[in-house]
Write a protein that binds this ligand. Structure first.
Ligand code: ZN
Length: 196
């Protein structure tokens, strides 16, 4: 089932996600629905707060980037095969000199900005079967993981922009929260006036 994606301005996007246990109600169906929602919106990642749940789950699938010619064949192969469900993730370490990448977010349609992040990340998480893994990622995979991880910490990529950039996009963000935006997937807007 495709769930509506929560738009910028909704307080759930600002909550620090709670850890969950195996017994979380209908967990399997929830993850399935999140996948459908992510693929339905052509996203490369989706975090639980984006469907209204302040819990520590996010998905990443970098396959859509694998067609991009700016990457080496080896990188393309990695991107193509990177699908993960991250439960209760904790970033243990981020290293290296920050690099810029043009990021977007399903909760913030039509806004894309260069964001600086460190290139290498070590993350500990549980998979769908609650098996614990510690993995190290770099490049674009690290980038997407860092973006999604921020969501379960209540952080959005727009928080990381310069104050000038923030001022420039402020009006756009207000419009998004009011639903004054054309978007081709289901969304829920916090400030949309209810139709009578
Ligand atoms: Zn996002």
């Amino acid at each position: 089932m495709i769930l509506p994606i929560v738009a910028y301005g909704d307080p759930v996007l600002r909550k620090k996600g709670e850890h969950i246990t195996k017994d979380y109600p209908n967990l399997e169906a929830l993850i399935e629905n999140m996948k459908e929602t992510m693929y339905g919106a052509f996203g490369v990642g989706l975090a639980a707060p984006q469907i209204g749940l302040p819990i520590r789950i996010f998905l990443v699938d970098t396959e859509p980037f694998s067609e991009d010619d700016e990457f080496t064949e080896e990188e393309q192969e990695q991107l193509k095969n990177f699908q993960r469900t991250f439960i209760n993730a904790e970033i243990l370490e981020e290293v290296g000199d920050e690099w810029a990448f043009n990021e977007g977010c399903l909760s913030i349609p039509d806004v894309r900005e260069d964001v600086f992040r460190q290139p290498k990340v070590t993350i500990k998480y549980q998979d769908e079967n609650f098996k614990t893994h510690t993995e190290v990622y770099d490049g674009l995979i690290a980038r997407v993981v860092q973006h999604e991880y921020d969501h379960i910490e209540g952080i959005l990529f727009t928080d990381k922009l310069s104050s000038l950039k923030k001022r420039l996009i402020k009006g756009k963000l207000v419009n998004i929260s009011k639903g004054k935006i054309k978007v081709d997937y289901r969304m829920r807007f916090p400030l949309m006036k209810k139709k009578r």
